[in-house]
Design a protein around this ligand. Structure first.
Ligand code: BGC
Length: 741
């Protein structure tokens, strides 16, 4: 039986190579030849990694970072040195003393640009810095759908929409890999919450999974061709993602023909034989797993015939193949190089500016007039720097952190996270933009004092921050601390109050009606302060659009309370004073039922429930307005749509026309983003933009077929400025059609 499954796997690898597209010439033959020359010990050594910081004797070529796997020098295979790299080359807990890197804006910010070219440039920059630091495997490409708006890691993920997420992450991964190194995409799959992430069993039906979270991965794989896919911590339908045969063997390797290797997340391997047979190729960071499952135990399992030799060969071959395909064997990569941090900071600033979203602007409060003389800046540590998210993605920014605070929490976040500020103070940047103005600062700790200062100013700018971290979710969507009270007090004192949000996701805004202007800056990275000042002053026109829905409150969500909250709290209570929460082991099993929302993640949920959000997906203002006309569609195997966009205002601006189709999905009419363009227009300028629609976005997934099925009919299509908007409408004629998974 086991032998049969190994043979099937081998066959699927061959098939994979055919369907994945032409690899660089000779990659497969070279991989085969190399693996043939490897000894059994070398193969076993290749299928796991250690954490260099915890290794008793560290090899000379190891870099202190997330993972290290020895190479095979006699065969030209270098060691694999992996680092986190979602938002720049990370350096958590300052493991490599004072080793800094360019801090990019959060993934939400990057996605707010709706700009694939920008995502590619950001990825290329991360990859270049990593390579210069002697790393060759990037743990980048977080493409989990933002299904839970309170997820602590949403700042590491791009969107709630599979097309937007998949395209942007795919481009970013392609940018990373353009440096001749490997990138992952992660965390496969359905890792939508941090609460009890190692214990939660996600329940979902196959069509819903294929049309939502899995589709984001599928599109990212097609765009980015990452060498590796990292598994998720959670279970999916009863089986850990790291040993889930359906996810790894059936979906990823068979249906999607993925030729690279599957690595585990750190500390989420639970077995040797099931994990190996169900598709895991490498045990990452085995140092922190319960056992070195893929070291001696794997060698023994192969010797005993429990894991076929062919499967071990396949594991090794997949790793070797990705190394060859990325170019690891052809470019010496073990020599540290200088980094042009100035040039990279400019890339980070351009990304931050493109990602800032103007949510409200009444009475022309923004941009701030060049004639402004008295401005008060309040709160958010705006005198010091800008906020970043915590966890394994934490970059030690160039210049060193401006401030590091211990988080006010008893969760795992406390173990490895610090509330870290990047040294790019908005206050200094605003002073540079408005040299003739007197700009005072109040820390916002006392709302009455801040309000008194705001009363005499021409304009008050309140910075509100919301820190998120890997390891825990937000308890609610409310801004933490006194932020809501502070904003309300300042707004009551000064009608020209601008709120600048530095958040890791959607937040509620009970004061929204009281303030004329709101700007979502996310965590804007290395030059975030300068980027915010550029937008507020109008030097750069705001061009970001929300890649997620902002709900009015938690009752609008599919799960008003995050599943597992009670179970995790109970386990933490039992351990109080004895051990840290991060080592929780006895959380009672619990499930997160994703059959409730199914494929209707984000704006789709709001549409089918007829709920009005606070701000819809795709929303964002600028300092001009646009007109749309001449929408036309062409049906066919690859349907297209085009529309003319005109800048009808007096200043230049960036339009992001979005096309949504309404598809009948299991009895419901569901809107789906099917394409968009980002287009810069001078006043009065018109341009026609066109999109080609991926037929899967007009289809439903049918497991019986198996594959995608398009029903014959007329599909309504709108072009709008966000998911709740229709500037022009048309209908697509679609013919019945079936597509492979
Ligand atoms: C995270 C991964 C990360 C890994 C290595 C884990 O905690 O979930 O995203 O790549 O650590 O640092």
């Amino acid at each position: 039986m086991r032998r049969r499954s190994a043979i099937l796997l081998m066959a699927s690898t061959l098939l994979a190579t055919a369907a994945w597209g032409a690899p660089p010439p000779g990659v497969d033959a070279r991989a085969d030849a190399l693996v043939r020359q490897m000894t059994q010990d070398e193969k076993v050594a290749l299928v796991s990694s250690d954490m260099p910081a915890l290794m008793r004797s560290r090899p000379a070529d190891a870099v202190i970072s997330a993972g290290y796997t020895p190479g095979v020098p006699r065969l030209g295979l270098p060691s694999l040195r992996s680092t986190d790299a979602s938002l720049g080359v990370s350096n958590i807990m300052n493991m490599r003393r004072n080793d800094v890197a360019t801090a990019l804006p959060s993934s939400l910010s990057l996605a707010s640009s709706w700009d694939p070219a920008g995502a590619r440039a950001a990825g290329a920059m991360i990859g270049a810095e990593a390579r210069a630091k002697r790393m060759n495997v990037m743990l980048a490409g977080g493409v989990n759908l933002i299904r839970e708006p309170r997820n602590g890691r949403n700042f590491e993920y791009p969107s709630e929409d599979p097309l937007l997420a998949g395209v942007l992450v795919g481009e970013q991964v392609a940018g990373v890999q353009s440096n001749g190194i490997i990138s992952t995409i992660k965390h496969f799959a359905l890792n939508a919450q941090e609460t009890g992430r190692n214990f939660v069993d996600v329940k979902i039906d196959e069509p819903s999974a294929r049309e939502s979270d899995l589709l984001a991965f599928q599109i990212a794989l097609e765009h980015g061709r990452p060498g590796s896919v990292m598994t998720a911590y959670n279970k999916v339908n009863g089986q850990y993602a790291s040993e889930n045969g359906w996810l790894l063997n059936d979906v990823l390797k068979r249906d999607w023909a993925f030729p690279g290797y599957v690595m585990s997340d750190w500390g989420n391997v639970h077995s040797t034989v099931p994990a190996a047979l169900n598709g895991l190729d490498q045990q990452s960071g085995k140092t922190i797993d319960k056992a070195p499952f893929f070291a001696a135990p794997l060698a023994q399992a192969v010797a005993a015939g429990e894991v076929p030799q062919a499967r071990l060969d396949d594991m090794a071959r997949r790793i070797v193949r990705s190394a060859i395909a990325a170019g690891l064997l052809d470019r010496p990569d073990d020599v540290a190089q200088p980094i042009d941090f100035e040039a990279h900071a400019r890339i980070a600033q351009a990304a931050a500016e493109a990602g800032i979203v103007l949510l409200k602007n009444e009475g022309g409060v923004l941009p701030i007039a060049a004639t402004a003389r008295r401005i008060v800046v309040i709160g958010g540590h705006a005198d010091i720097g800008i906020l970043s998210g915590g966890g394994s993605s934490q970059v030690r920014p160039v210049g060193g952190p401006a401030l590091e605070l211990r988080p006010n929490t008893s969760s795992p976040a406390a173990m490895f996270s610090r509330v870290t500020y990047t040294p790019s103070a908005p206050l200094a940047a605003l002073r540079a933009r408005f040299p003739a103005a007197e700009i005072s600062f109040d820390d916002g700790n006392d709302p009455a004092r801040a309000a008194a200062l705001a009363r005499d100013a021409e304009i008050a700018i309140v910075f509100a921050e919301e820190w998120r971290t890997e390891g825990e979710d937000r308890p609610s969507l409310a801004l933490p601390g006194n932020a809501d009270a502070l904003i309300a007090a300042v707004a009551a004192a000064n009608p020209r109050t601008v709120v600048v949000l530095e958040t890791g996701g959607a937040v509620t805004m009970p004061w929204l009606d009281q303030v004329p202007a709101v700007v979502e800056a996310w965590y804007p990275g290395q030059r975030g302060g300068e980027a915010i000042a550029a937008i507020l002053s109008g030097a750069t026109a705001p061009s970001g659009r929300l890649p997620i829905t902002f709900p009015r409150n938690e009752t609008q969500l599919a799960r008003p309370t995050i599943d597992g909250t009670a179970e995790v709290q109970a386990a933490a209570e039992r351990l109080r004073g004895r051990s840290s929460y991060g080592l929780l082991t006895d959380v009672a099993p619990f499930a997160a039922d994703y059959r409730i929302d199914g494929a209707n993640v984000g704006y789709k949920w709001f549409a089918v429930k007829n709920e009005t959000p606070l701000f819809p997906f795709g929303y964002g203002l600028t300092y001009t307005r646009f007109g749309y006309d001449a929408l036309s569609v062409r049906s066919g195997r690859s349907p297209t749509a085009r529309v003319r966009v005109t800048n009808r205002g007096r200043v230049a601006g960036v339009a992001v026309p979005q096309f949504y189709a309404t598809v009948r999905v299991r009895g419901q009419a569901v809107p789906r983003l099917v394409g968009w363009q980002r287009v810069a227009l001078e006043p009065g300028e018109s341009r026609t933009v066109s999109i080609t629609i991926d037929p899967r976005l007009l289809a439903v997934y049918d497991p019986a077929q198996p594959g995608w099925r398009i029903e014959e009919g007329r599909v309504p299509l709108v072009v709008g400025e966000h998911a709740g908007d229709a500037q022009a409408t048309a209908e697509l004629d679609v013919a019945a059609r079936r597509l492979k998974p």
